[in-house]
Design a protein around this ligand. Structure first.
Ligand SMILES: [Zn+2]
Length: 260
């Protein structure tokens, strides 16, 4: 029996193998579904070109924080589930032959939350881009700051933004790619400070999600609140690009920047 995938948007059943080979995009209605960090990397870069940075920096439960589970336990669970050591992987790679510094966030790792390690890996990546004169690309996907690290997680907003500023002062370009969802402290820091902001179709990109905003202001919100299409109309992002076309679009943009 062929394994089927039923799209939650258009209700069409497709062969799961077609869905997966289409990079988790519904072949009928183009709805983009979750990919983990390694899957995203595979689509974007030239095969075998990735060299990872910052692998020796790992999370530490400096507050001894426990909610329903100990923070240390949550990190261990997330590592086992995602096969990555933190919510972002960073390194150098090639895109259609051009070298870049690239960071990829994974929402599957504690909601892509930004703690001290995410902030530090973004710093290492941006410093590397400055030193090696490489364009910086970050695929963003996050629910916001990592509450288990308290105020240290909030400090990562200022830290990452200042790193991006240094990159810009060095004259190197920075492109962010918004994956669904990108909210909270990441949307309010390095996701929004790029020279070009690309979003996948219907990706959510806002500070507070629609449910929280609705509860706060006690008003109905537009059905497309925070979605890429509305953000494009309002000037929050620069372009919407289908996942299967992002590699070539990035490649073209980088070449334009590097010639300038
Ligand atoms: Zn569909």
């Amino acid at each position: 029996m062929v394994d089927k995938f039923k799209c939650e948007k258009c209700s069409t059943e497709s062969d799961r193998i077609d869905f997966i080979s289409n990079n988790n995009v519904c072949p009928v209605c183009n709805k983009h579904y979750y990919l983990d960090a390694w899957q995203k990397l595979k689509i974007i870069i030239d095969e075998g070109s990735f060299s990872e940075l910052g692998t020796d920096i790992n999370s530490y439960d400096f507050l001894g924080f426990t909610d329903t589970k100990a923070y240390g336990h949550r990190i261990k669970e997330a590592r086992e589930k995602t096969y990555i050591s933190e919510a972002v992987i960073a390194g150098s790679a090639k895109i259609n032959g051009t070298c870049v510094a690239i960071g990829i966030m994974d929402f599957g790792f504690m909601g892509g939350s930004m703690g001290s390690v995410v902030g530090e890996r973004i710093r290492i990546l941006s410093e590397y881009a400055i030193k090696e004169r490489l364009p910086l690309i970050i695929f963003c996907s996050s629910g916001g700051a990592r509450m288990q690290e308290g105020i240290i997680s909030l400090m990562q907003m200022a830290k990452t933004v200042s790193c991006i500023r240094r990159l810009k002062e060095s004259g190197m370009p920075y492109i962010s790619v918004i994956n669904n969802p990108t909210t909270g402290g990441v949307s309010a820091s390095f996701a929004s400070t790029a020279d070009i902001i690309i979003a996948e179709p219907e990706s959510l990109f806002c500070f507070a999600g629609p449910r929280v905003v609705k509860q706060t202001i006690k008003k109905e919100l537009p059905s497309d609140f925070g979605l890429a299409e509305r953000n494009l109309r309002n000037g929050q992002i620069d372009m919407i690009v289908n996942r299967n076309e992002i590699k070539d679009r990035l490649s073209r943009l980088i070449k334009i920047f590097l010639k300038a």
